[in-house]
Design a protein around this ligand. Sequence first.
Ligand SMILES: Cc1cc2nc3c(=O)[nH]c(=O)nc-3n(C[C@H](O)[C@H](O)[C@H](O)COP(=O)(O)OP(=O)(O)OC[C@H]3O[C@@H](n4cnc5c(N)ncnc54)[C@H](O)[C@@H]3O)c2cc1C
Ligand SMILES: *[C@@H]1O[C@H](CO)[C@@H](O)[C@H](O)[C@H]1NC(C)=O
Ligand SMILES: *[C@@H]1O[C@H](CO)[C@@H](O)[C@H](O)[C@H]1NC(C)=O
Ligand SMILES: *[C@@H]1O[C@H](CO)[C@@H](O)[C@H](O)[C@H]1NC(C)=O
Ligand SMILES: *[C@@H]1O[C@H](CO)[C@@H](O)[C@H](O)[C@H]1NC(C)=O
Ligand SMILES: *[C@@H]1O[C@H](CO)[C@@H](O)[C@H](O)[C@H]1NC(C)=O
Ligand SMILES: *[C@@H]1O[C@H](CO)[C@@H](O)[C@H](O)[C@H]1NC(C)=O
Length: 520
Amino acid sequence: MRRVSIALLLFLQLGITSATYTLNEVKSQISSYLDQNGTYTGGFGPRLGCQLACSFLDLALARRVSYPQSPTYEFEESRYWSQQQELTRPTCRFSPTSAEDVSLAVLTFRVTHCKFAVKSGGHAAFAGASNLDSGVTIDLIHLNQLALSVDKTQASIGAGNLWYDVYTYLQPKNVTVIGGRVSAIGVGGLTLGGGMSFFSSQHGWACDNVNTYEVVLADGSIREVSYSSRYSDLYWALRGGGNNFGIVTRFDLATYPQGDLWAGSETFLYTNETAAAINSAFYYLGINAPSDPYAQVIIAYAYAQSQDVFVIASDLQYAKPIPNPQILQNFTSIAGAISSTLRIVDLANLTIEFNNTNPGGFRQTYWTFTVQNSACLMADLVAIYLDEVASVKDIAGIVPSIVFQLITTDMTQYFSRNGGNPLGLDGQGPLNLVNIDISWSNAADDERVMAVAQNIVNRATTTARTRGLDHPYLYQNYASYQQDVFASYGKENHAKLRSISAKYDPQHVWQQLQPGYFKL
Ligand SMILES: Cc1cc2nc3c(=O)[nH]c(=O)nc-3n(C[C@H](O)[C@H](O)[C@H](O)COP(=O)(O)OP(=O)(O)OC[C@H]3O[C@@H](n4cnc5c(N)ncnc54)[C@H](O)[C@@H]3O)c2cc1C
Ligand SMILES: *[C@@H]1O[C@H](CO)[C@@H](O)[C@H](O)[C@H]1NC(C)=O
Ligand SMILES: *[C@@H]1O[C@H](CO)[C@@H](O)[C@H](O)[C@H]1NC(C)=O
Ligand SMILES: *[C@@H]1O[C@H](CO)[C@@H](O)[C@H](O)[C@H]1NC(C)=O
Ligand SMILES: *[C@@H]1O[C@H](CO)[C@@H](O)[C@H](O)[C@H]1NC(C)=O
Ligand SMILES: *[C@@H]1O[C@H](CO)[C@@H](O)[C@H](O)[C@H]1NC(C)=O
Ligand SMILES: *[C@@H]1O[C@H](CO)[C@@H](O)[C@H](O)[C@H]1NC(C)=O
């Protein structure tokens, strides 16, 4: 902190400032923030603070800072999934090439009181999550290192990589890691929130497969955080604590042997009979999953506006190149699919298929809740979804869906690995993780869409509670900003997360200077 303060003062006294404010303006501000010992005490307004921070970082570290209208800034702005995030305009973007760069930036933001956001793959949906109006966005795009240990048991992955780049790097070496199912998702956000993978019934979630985090703490120090390090409490907190504990610059991930999969998507027109058969197959998979952890499914009910029909997408994945395995035959025996992409496929190409069915550039909202495994309850939730969607079918470009995934008992047995994670689900299940996902075209329709999403969640959770089939867990990676993610981890875990935060970040830098996303 002190070194940055002094460097910043020297910088100002040299008079190298950006054109939007005068040097005298800045000097008079800064002298009013020196105490009688000449120590900087901070206190810039947010706008001036970020102007200063940007100018200083630009001088201190060449070619890391970009401003609006420059090709770098506009390119990075285009790499968000949702329109809400893409339309957010920071004062400047800072693209570090090392943990040391990140450290200097964090200290600079503290000294200048400049608010910031951190971006990995930019797939968080709501505004402010990984981009910040009138603040600085730290874009991890250049933290893209990829390395495999000589014995091939660990991959060291820069926090700005997309899963596609990770998989195409590891695939020729016949190993993989536990990561995202859509090519363009970032390693950072997915892993810090949990991380469901095609291989999670075999190996747990992404957060359960991190050996070491390289992380920049609020005091600017760079730490190697693992279960066996001095920072085992921080290791626990990072396995689901999101952006509340530091900026992770590198993840060392456990690897597993992996070849091709048998996977793809079958699409059906919605009928009550097909829905009943799919919900039943889903329920029984929850029961039978431990007999064959290579199988995973994602069931999505969606509205196709151009044909004015509801469809059901049954995404099936089997982590071996074996067509139509017995464990998935309750799904594949359902008649009447209007299309199917089921085939033997490599992981990278499979994630491209899912990227194509989740296009960027639209307005987006994600919501979540968790219920017990029950086919009857699924039918009730789908009925609520159909009823609510009926009132918004006219909205331009609307694609509303309700998506069901199993949190299997295979997955949650790994939640206690290496001291456990804070998600509050150890050994539980099978559970049904529900995701309400709506995309649409125009900001003018935001209020109507958000009201419908909130209604679906309220009605669905009330129905589940009435039937005694509710569950408190909210998955951070699917949650809307109105949802209280950390409370859902349970009182004890929430309190423990807060105390670990107070230990490593007594000034609450990650909450107060980095306002976006879910806060403890
Ligand atoms: C189309 C689509 C498919 C998805 N598929 C899956 C899936 O298969 N499995 C799954 O579990 N989830 C999935 N998700 C949810 C996904 O995990 C979250 O959206 C996640 O936040 C995306 O991570 P990101 O790095 O791309 O996002 P970002 O928006 O870049 O980051 C999300 C949050 O994490 C913080 N963050 C990111 N990197 C770091 C870091 N290195 N240090 C500190 N904080 C950081 C950011 O500040 C931000 O607050 C999917 C989402 C979408 C939209
Ligand atoms: C100035 O320094 C003295 C001696 O180190 C210290 O006692 C005093 O508290 C400092 N004043 C402020 C405002 O920090
Ligand atoms: C990966 O597996 C394939 C198919 O089994 C094999 O031909 C290839 O040599 C393996 N590559 C490595 C690097 O082990
Ligand atoms: C389908 O089920 C819903 C209720 O679950 C019912 O209202 C509707 O009439 C059924 N439709 C058909 C065609 O059976
Ligand atoms: C398939 O469904 C039947 C009930 O229709 C159930 O008894 C069976 O266990 C299911 N099989 C699998 C592998 O889930
Ligand atoms: C992905 O599929 C394409 C053809 O569809 C194929 O040419 C390519 O080799 C596949 N990628 C990998 C990494 O195997
Ligand atoms: C994902 O899809 C978007 C279009 O929505 C495309 O621009 C992007 O290149 C794709 N990314 C990857 C890694 O497949």
